[in-house]
Design a protein around this ligand. Sequence first.
Ligand code: ANZ
Ligand code: ZN
Length: 712
Amino acid sequence: MAQPYETAAIEAKWRARWEAADLGQVDLDAANEVFVNLAEFPYPSAEGLHVGHVFKYSGVDVLGRYRRMRGLEVFQPIGFDAFGIHTENYALRVGEHPKALTARTTERFGEQMARLGIGWDWSRSIDTSDPRYYRWTQWLLVRLFEAGLMYRQEAPVLWCPSCLTVLAREQTESGGSRCERCDTAVVEKVMTQWFLRITAYAERLVEGLEELDWPERAKRLQRQWIGRSEGTEIDFGQLVVFTTRPDTLPAVTFIAVPAGHSSAGSTVPHPLSGVELPVCEADYVIDSYGTGAVMGVPAHDERDRRFAESVGLTISEAPLLNAEQAARVGRRAVRYRLRDWLISRQRYWGPPIPIVHCERCGPVAVPDDQLPVALPDVDDFRPKGTGVSPLATAQDWVATACPDCSRPALRETDVSDTFVDSAWYFLRYPSTDFDDRPWDPDRTAKVLPVDFYAGGPEHVQRHHLYARFITMALHDLGHIPFEEPFSRIRLGGLIVRDGAKMSKSRGNVVTPDDYLDTVGGDVLRGALLFSAPWEQGGEFTDSGVAGIERFLARSWRTITGPDTGHASAAHQAATIVAVSNAIERLSFNVAIARLMEFLPAATTPEAKRVFVRLLAPFAPHLAEELWELLGENHSVHTQPWPEVDSSALERTTVEIVIQVDGRRRGNVSVDLGDSEDKVVEAARRSECGAPAGSETSRVVYVQDRLINFVTH
Ligand code: ANZ
Ligand code: ZN
């Protein structure tokens, strides 16, 4: 069997065979239990995949292939988040129509993913810019409008003078001052815009986190973003303030309001002393937080002190109220930092918001049987900067009849935010074969929610939050049976090069093509996964690529070589356990290291069959070829995962010490090598007083030894 390992030929051969056999496809109706293994779908807003994508998708694919071999029906769909500002800005830059661009780039992305051997179910792919998809995005908005969860309001909004559109606060950086897409300083404008009432769900969005299997970091980020605050509302005459320090009331010497507030310049009475206090304009008061007015306590609050000193206001050292007195000065109130979600975009490349404006009836939703409201073709799709979308230039399209009274009326010309498209896309995947409904109720109940979601930390405060809100709203409106979309989330780390994030300006960008053409898909995915634990991210180096290249070549030689050795049952069992555990905790680098270490022992027919199956999730093409050369039936990817001979196993569990703020509270027994998340869970289950997520500020985990919950 001494044949050369011809990577390119082998990979092309299996790609074609898998495609013909629809290997990625799962019959959702016939399946018993479906495991939804989901990765965030890409914006096709570049010429091809980034190695960061390759790292993320390869990890998801390893997990999916592994679970399939463990006997689960794994549904692993992919699509394209093609509508929206990301794609449109790229189209503007390269001077191509976004529709033509999307057609080209989605094709490219698909090709690259196939060359990486990523086993998506392409039969259920979606493209958010396809009318067959956005018809249902519009349907969703109509449902929200009917339920009072979508409304139109004049409000100060953030406008990007470069992207020429308003942005959600979530799409700005540096505390709402810069556009996240182009880094231009944003300006405030007062405009009439569409909003989704996410604030109605603020409480549930906080509470629901408790039950989810998400990294603590993701929960913390969402909690911070929602910004729940318990405080007191106190009346100062006609003005109401929100404070978390009612005990400081005696020391209040002024009231601060935002510039332009109607009470600025007047005075209001102190509720205890009756003394008239000045109402001052201060730029640190946020109009939309709390009650929009702050009681100024310069003796106890740093910002108030600086302000009082700068404008010469009195500072009072009056004694604080005790707890009992403080409870009587106002009303308990809960306030949130979260604002309603601004979804209007004065752009071209998105779903037209499905509303008609009638002089007599006001804004009227487009009836379901007239959806989709197709995006009109316009000659010039560039944003105009006039505050209206380029859709307004399509006059024949704008002029329509009111769905209610049939009089002449005008279409809404704004399109909706791209985050609306992605807030529900996972609901569509299982039901792409239905054109008369957004999702089929039975299919949905059987397949969803998503079992595993591979995300990016940059999406926690937006996409993940929006998807949770939309899921809760759809649940309440009776459209789906669950309230949380993603039972388990893990956040992928960043791949860097030369110690730095890849960027054009640094000149350290590597493209997957450079490697796909030379070393092939198996080596590229292996090299990325070997660089670091998936959740941590790591460094992409050419020596890493060379290392995996050597390992796969050695695998080829050993497996196609003579049966000589004598394998140890204990070694084999320990390898199977270690590789399985490492995959479960997404430490693919550790799994590959165990395979490297086991390879020299894979010299008996039995050990070779074990090795090739363990290798299959990582190097799908090579493993398939080796499986065939071993005389086995197609396909290695549908084989059962190797069984562990438990009598051959040595120690695999360890006792972990549980601490709270450094004090020992007990012990818990876990599997050797368990992840932090698993140990956190086990510690909480053990009832030794490990605090809940909301009470934990930080967790310190020393692998296989100790876990410390920090609560302050
Ligand atoms: C008096 C006071 C005294 C306050 C003191 C703090 C310390 P969190 O915890 O984030 O909810 N505040 C209330 N509304 C505000 C607004 N619209 N813009 C800016 N600041 C606002 O913060 C609540 C505290 O932030 C409130 O409690 C209020 O200042 C301020 F020694 O009231 B405090
Ligand atoms: Zn009308």
